[in-house]
Design a protein around this ligand. Structure first.
Ligand code: RB5
Length: 172
């Protein structure tokens, strides 16, 4: 698999360890930096990492900063990205299976090395559970970024609310 990865200066060592881990498992890694400990800003690397995914250069992305929050939020602003900040394997599985997340974010100061590796394993190995419901929901969520109509429509998700009553979604 081709993996795009990025971090800020707070977690350069942790990111380098993840690059080595992924390469050790046979993945091709695009390392978008940062590459040292000089102070920088996480959105630069969230954006770069995400854009490699939307361009098709990478299959999936991994973003890491101190808490994981800043870089995950930044990566989510790239049109076509569904980035999930996670701190456990179950959430990583859900993100991929239900929302077809294409970027996973972690806090390098929050999540320990072993758990980070487990999260990545599960994220890469889990498969999107394709269904009409999941496809539609994802399409609607993706459209929020660029679709002006969606931004002004208070009833944008009404169709999905109705589906709760018909047992359309599993509560997880
Ligand atoms: C440093 O900029 C720190 O705020 C960052 O790594 C991260 O924790 C933000 O979410």
């Amino acid at each position: 698999m081709k993996i795009s990865i990025g971090c800020d200066h707070i977690v350069t060592d942790e990111k380098n360890n993840l690059v080595a881990y992924l390469e050790g498992k046979g993945h091709e890694v695009i390392d978008n930096g940062t590459y040292d400990k000089e102070r920088t800003h996480y959105p630069i690397y969230g954006k770069k990492t995400a854009e490699k995914v939307t361009s098709g250069e990478a299959d999936l992305g991994i973003v890491v900063c101190g808490t994981g929050v800043g870089i995950s939020v930044s990566s989510n602003k790239v049109n076509g990205i569904r980035s999930a900040l996670v701190g456990d394997v179950e959430t990583a599985r859900y993100a991929k299976e239900v929302l077809n997340a294409n970027v996973i974010g972690m806090g390098g100061r929050i999540v320990g090395e072993g758990l980070r590796e487990n999260i990545i394993d599960v994220f890469l190995e889990s498969e999107y559970q394709q269904s009409e419901e999941n496809d539609k929901m994802i399409e609607r969520i993706d459209a929020l970024v660029a679709n002006e109509e969606a931004k002004n429509d208070d009833h944008y998700f009404d169709e999905f609310l109705e589906k709760w009553d018909n047992g359309g979604y599993p509560d997880k």
